[in-house]
Design a protein around this ligand. Structure first.
Ligand code: UDP
Length: 300
């Protein structure tokens, strides 16, 4: 595989080993013996069978080169391997944020997989000559996993968003998938001191899949620190998905999604909150990609 610059495409998490200590970050919440889920193999992020083989480095973040179907299959594999696992999705703003927030970067590097949520990440891959198969957005993956969980008899827990949004996503899921096992839900506005209680609640619910919708970097850091204590088999950060699926915030029309203009649709709805993320974030992301492109050219 070659990049456009003639340099071998970066296909795995080259250098990145994280100092972030997931085990000790989680340990305060551990209560061994609470249920049989602690009998799982020891926690080892990235323990997917071929986890490093299909990654493309984009601005220091290893992006899994998976289609949406393959991502669902990967999650099945992770669940069958045992132990807790988590996935993440990134857009331009998150890639830029990871440059400045080492804990976020570590969480992304140590995730079992990271997919391209934003069209800008897909365009960046093309510009860098990396053969990224598909954009796999958090909300699309979330919807696929709800259907998959209903088919497979996996139970789900929803954590995040305002109370009316999280209740709305529960109602949406029940309507859409009557057989889905909903283990529980909790809104995303709680103090750090309530973490232990929430982890215990998720653990007691015996949920298989956990969806965390608390925005970035909060959701990635929360998952990285608390995954083990929740006892779930797989967790995914899904950003604003609860707001969309509950109908509280409208998603961009399909034509805008296809043209990579979803960010513009969101920006118009919430300009004061999002201008920095999109305007500055997109510019900073472009600079990171240009830097990667020129580094590739220089070393080829
Ligand atoms: N949120 C939360 N707890 C917080 C802050 C935010 O649960 O402390 C929720 C918020 O209500 C919204 C989501 O996180 O539902 C953030 O959505 P955003 O659009 O920022 O996420 P993105 O998809 O862009 O990462």
């Amino acid at each position: 595989m070659k990049s456009s610059a003639g340099k071998p495409a970066a296909t795995e998490a080259e250098s990145t080993h994280c100092e972030f200590d997931f085990e000790s970050a989680s340990s305060p919440h551990l209560k061994p013996g609470l249920n049989e889920r602690f009998e799982r193999p020891p926690f080892s992020p990235n323990q997917s069978p071929d986890s490093a083989s299909q990654r493309l480095m984009i601005a220091g973040i290893p992006i899994a080169n998976l289609s949406e179907d393959e991502t669902v299959a990967r999650i099945d594999e992770l669940i069958s391997v045992g132990g807790p696992h988590f996935g993440a999705v990134v857009n331009a703003a998150k890639v830029v944020a990871a440059e400045h927030e080492p804990k976020l970067k570590c969480a992304l590097v140590d995730a079992d997989f990271v997919t391209a949520d934003g069209m800008s990440v897909v365009w960046a891959a093309r510009l860098l000559g990396l053969p990224l198969k598909q954009r796999v957005t958090g909300i699309d993956l979330f919807e696929r996993l709800l259907a998959h969980a209903a088919e497979q008899g996996l139970s789900v827990y929803f954590l995040g968003a305002r109370e009316n949004s999280v209740r709305g996503v529960v109602e949406f899921s029940k309507r859409r998938h009557p057989s889905l096992r909903i283990a529980g839900y909790h809104n995303g506005y709680f103090e750090e001191s309530e973490n232990e209680f929430i982890c215990d609640e998720i653990m007691s619910s015996c949920a298989d899949l956990l969806f965390v919708a608390m925005g970035s970097p909060k959701q990635e850091l929360w998952i990285a620190s608390n995954l083990l204590a929740t006892g779930v088999r797989f967790a995914l950060g899904v950003g604003g998905s609860f707001d969309h699926l509950s109908g509280r915030v409208r998603r961009a029309p399909i034509w805008m999604q296809k043209r990579g203009l979803e960010w513009l649709h969101r920006f118009v709805q919430e300009p004061t909150r999002l201008w920095r993320r999109y305007l500055i974030g997109n510019l900073a992301f472009t600079l990171l990609i240009v830097r990667q492109l020129f580094r590739g050219r220089r070393s080829s």
